[in-house]
Design a binder for this molecule. Structure first.
Ligand code: HEC
Length: 219
């Protein structure tokens, strides 16, 4: 037994060394030369969907984002959107990482690369470990704002077998005489849709995946 305890001790120290090398040193070496983008920089290039949200919900937008469609409002919405994503535990069901295995690139677009995570909104990254719903890192342009507005209100309306919960607190009542039950997005709703639409917006165009190939076939 004495003999074995020495072997276990050496093996334990060696495995500890290997894990520090693989999980600390290798990522550090990988990331250190990639320039980090603070939020002020990320928000300079606005996605068209943000301006469209301002057009769709002018009153709510003006109230919560008084600076209008500017990088300042955009940064505010992105930051809040990310905070909501964390607080609502969206990461519990969604990953933000296309892995180089299982032909994931066919389903979700190109395999994720380290540079995509070197910015304020992905630091710390939100890779996630479960995939009850689809990966979201290539979400930009996959669905319209209208789609998201209807989906967060009640996912089964859009995807009948969906287990995603409803998020009625992303909306506020805005009744009119003609439409007494009218609801519009509130500050959180605008923020979460902005954040989700931002994910993957750094790609030139929505990648060819099973999703749009199927859609093209169905047309
Ligand atoms: C209980 C698990 C669960 C949680 C929590 C959850 N989702 Fe989902 N989500 C799903 C499932 C399952 C789908 C696929 C069916 C559908 O479209 O509803 C989905 C679909 C989506 C889609 C459409 C994806 C696509 O590419 O078609 C988006 C965007 C999305 N979720 C965002 C969110 C956000 C943001 C949150 C947090 C506010 C969230 N989800 C919380 C399970 C979840």
């Amino acid at each position: 037994m004495e003999r074995f305890s020495t072997v276990f001790l050496i093996a334990g120290v060696a495995f500890f060394g290997v894990s520090v090398f693989v999980m600390a040193w290798m990522p550090f070496v990988h990331m250190r030369d990639i320039p980090y983008q603070p939020l002020e920089q990320v928000s300079q290039e606005m996605i068209p969907e943000f301006a469209q949200l301002a057009e769709m919900f002018p009153d709510a937008f003006k109230r919560y984002y008084p600076a209008g469609v500017t990088p300042v409002s955009y940064a505010k919405a992105l930051r809040l959107g990310r905070d909501i994503y964390v607080a609502e535990a969206c990461w519990h069901c969604h990953s933000q990482y296309v892995r180089p295995v299982s032909n994931e690139s066919i389903r979700f677009g190109p395999v994720s690369v380290a540079a995509e995570y070197a910015n304020a909104l992905e630091f710390p990254q939100l890779f996630g470990t479960r995939r009850v719903g689809p990966d979201l890192i290539r979400e930009h342009g996959k669905h319209t704002n209208d789609w998201h507005v209807a989906h967060f209100w009640n996912p089964p309306d859009i995807a009948p077998t969906s287990v995603m919960p409803r998020y009625p607190w992303f909306y506020e009542a805005a009744p009119t005489e003609a439409e007494p039950d009218r609801y519009v997005l509130n500050e959180r709703g605008i923020a979460i849709i902005t954040f989700v639409q931002w994910l993957g917006s750094w790609l030139e165009e929505y990648p060819a995946t099973l999703y749009n190939l199927n859609a093209a076939g169905a047309r």
